[in-house]
Design a protein around this ligand. Sequence first.
Ligand SMILES: [Zn+2]
Ligand SMILES: [Zn+2]
Length: 219
Amino acid sequence: MITADDCIRYCAMEFYCPHCETKLSPCEVPPFHIGDGLGWGTEVFFVCLNDECPPFVKGWAHIEAQFGHVGSYRYMRLPNETKGDTMMVGNKMAFTGSILDPDAILAANTRHQQERAWVEEFDQSVIDKNTAPALGVLVDAKANKNHRKAACDILLKIGDISSYDAAASLTDLNPETENKVNILKKELLKKNFMRECPDCAEIVKAKASVCKHCKKTLA
Ligand SMILES: [Zn+2]
Ligand SMILES: [Zn+2]
């Protein structure tokens, strides 16, 4: 995966298709190279993704007649070469999934840095009884699985019942994380002398005889 800085640099480069004048799209190269067996020599190349581009329009019939299979040609050039070439594509969608998106890469980068900063604060957050770093990691669906599990341990050490709702609202967890979150919820209740109402699932005092939410009598 290319870095955010490289992505921005590539996206600032302007190359145009000699066949249709369309601005070429920077795309991440596929992990393999058909042909000479050498690498691409670059992590990004620039492709004309205009479906009206003449080599692309004419290519279908040409490849069908020449090779008897479905395909066409897209114009492409490498960033470090002065002239490009056409390359064969098997379908219309080829390369469209690998177009560089600086916003997406920047967002992924920012998220990753935030996660790392939170994890670094874990030890201190226990001393400060600050649930924010561990909660931040726990509710981030993209966070590392082990970091999320560690966040459960931190929240348990802090023991603040206010973490309960965030833990209870999590969905689509993998089984390992889910198990950890369930332990966290159970232990948080115990530590705070609370329990879940069997009727409405709201949190009530362990000693309460009536649920303050649904008014049912508690055993
Ligand atoms: Zn073109
Ligand atoms: Zn209730």
